[in-house]
Design a protein around this ligand. Structure first.
Ligand code: CTP
Length: 408
């Protein structure tokens, strides 16, 4: 769901993680949102209001009394016009004051006036002991019970030099969490369950070597991000890649094709969450060593390289044909080709019994940030998309998915 013209309240409390929130303000603004920043006095000691004001182009609010006599009455109109509120960094102090319902600064006063139903996101950031203190736990629980969503802090280096939990989620995760919250409020995939596979599989030759491919996972992750932003529930099954799982997905990490197959079956057979769509964006290794060595294979001195016998891996998509219980599942495959793109992709669409296939050039797409694809539907309809960033391609693929789902 687009962030264009959404009014986002960004409450910045006094923690060093405030510096990371500058990037959040910038990214939300670039995405088209109107970002109204409120800062506690403590926050202004870390970052100046001018920094946020320069990036968002809106006045930054630091005082409850400001604009009191004007038509736009500071905290009253800020609260009234908000589509979503994000508190980042949410310090132990502001969590306590929000939980108690205090109204002693611009953030707490505005938050008390927020109309019901406006999503509230909290991104805690503090020292581990403060985060784990029963008082903080209790305040967070109170806020969650009132409907707030917590963007959990991570484990890692803290500004104090200590290592532990309490590190604020990354700016990209905060932006994803905002998109997710809007998606859940009427995105065109709201209520749909998507299983998306991503990255490449790896097949062990011995404990240190494997057969793999150059897939970076960017296409599958972009699909997952975009589907979440449109309100879908997403299970992302991924081979080893250098990307962080998008905020809000159910993440399943796999390594080999057999593990991928098992994870796909498990996700499809989850009785509590019947999937509507399966998108196989993973680059699946078609072959694996017949018997991987348990020890590292050494040069044997014969001057000959070892012969590694390969066996075929199962075709995961084709194997779903006729599988019971999958009635109504919309299946999307990718076709990575180096020649006769459309012809080969159409053949795969039919042999794997797909609703949609995304055909791309294996050489110019794999591992690249952008992609040029052709979408081929079961009906024979063909759509050529120009080369674009994978996030844009993901949007176009999901537009098609929404269109096909609507026709059912
Ligand atoms: N796929 C799969 N299981 C496999 C291989 C591929 O489910 N063992 C899926 C891929 O995730 C993709 C589609 O099938 O969505 C097509 O994959 P691709 O590698 O293009 O084709 P293959 O079926 O492997 O055929 P070939 O390598 O011979 O072109």
């Amino acid at each position: 769901m687009s962030l264009k013209d959404k009014n986002i309240l960004l409450g910045v409390a006094g923690g060093i993680a405030a510096y990371k929130v500058v990037q959040v303000a910038r990214d939300l603004t670039v995405a088209g949102a109107r970002v109204h920043v409120m800062m506690t006095p403590g926050a202004t000691r870390f970052i100046t209001p001018l920094t946020f004001q320069s990036l968002t182009r809106y006045p930054v609010h630091t005082e409850v009394w400001e604009y009191w006599t004007q038509e736009a009455q500071g905290h009253i109109s800020l609260a009234r016009e908000a589509d979503l509120a994000l508190i980042a960094p949410a310090t132990a102090d502001i969590l306590a004051r929000l939980a108690l319902g205090l109204a002693d600064d611009i953030i707490t006063t505005t938050m008390l006036g927020l109309p019901p139903g406006v999503p509230v996101l909290l991104a805690p950031a503090m020292e581990t002991h403060m985060y784990e203190h029963p008082a903080t736990r209790q305040h967070l629980q109170t806020l969650v019970e009132r409907g707030a969503q917590v963007i959990e802090p991570g484990y890692g280096n803290l500004a104090s030099g200590a290592v532990g939990t309490g590190r604020m989620a990354d700016p990209a995760q905060l932006v994803s969490a905002v998109r997710l919250a809007f998606g859940r409020m009427g995105g065109d995939l709201h209520g749909k369950r998507l299983i998306i596979t991503a990255g490449g599989t790896q097949e062990n030759i011995d404990p240190v070597r494997y057969i793999g491919n150059r897939s970076s996972g960017q296409m599958g992750y972009a699909l997952a991000e975009e589907a979440l932003a449109r309100g879908a529930e997403v299970t992302l099954i991924s081979g080893p890649v250098k990307l962080a799982p998008p905020f809000g997905c159910n993440f399943v990490g796999i390594t080999s094709t057999l593990q991928l197959e098992q994870a796909v079956h498990q996700a499809l057979e989850n009785p509590a969450a019947k999937a509507d769509v399966l998108i196989m964006a993973a680059a699946v290794a078609d072959f694996r060593p017949a018997s991987p060595s348990e020890q590292k294979i050494k040069k044997d001195g014969s001057g000959q390289a070892p012969n590694i016998e390969l066996v075929l891996n199962p075709d995961i998509l084709a194997g779903l044909k006729g599988r019971p219980g999958l009635g109504g599942l919309l299946k999307v495959g990718f076709a990575a080709e180096t020649e006769d793109l459309t012809f080969n992709a159409e053949k795969k669409l039919q042999s794997k019994d797909l609703d949609l296939i995304v055909a791309n050039d294996a050489v110019t797409s794999i591992g690249q940030p952008d992609n040029e694809v052709t979408l081929i539907e079961r009906s024979g309809m063909i759509t050529n998309l120009e080369r674009s960033p994978k996030r844009v391609v993901a949007g176009a693929i999901l537009d098609k998915v929404v269109e096909i789902l609507a026709k059912r």
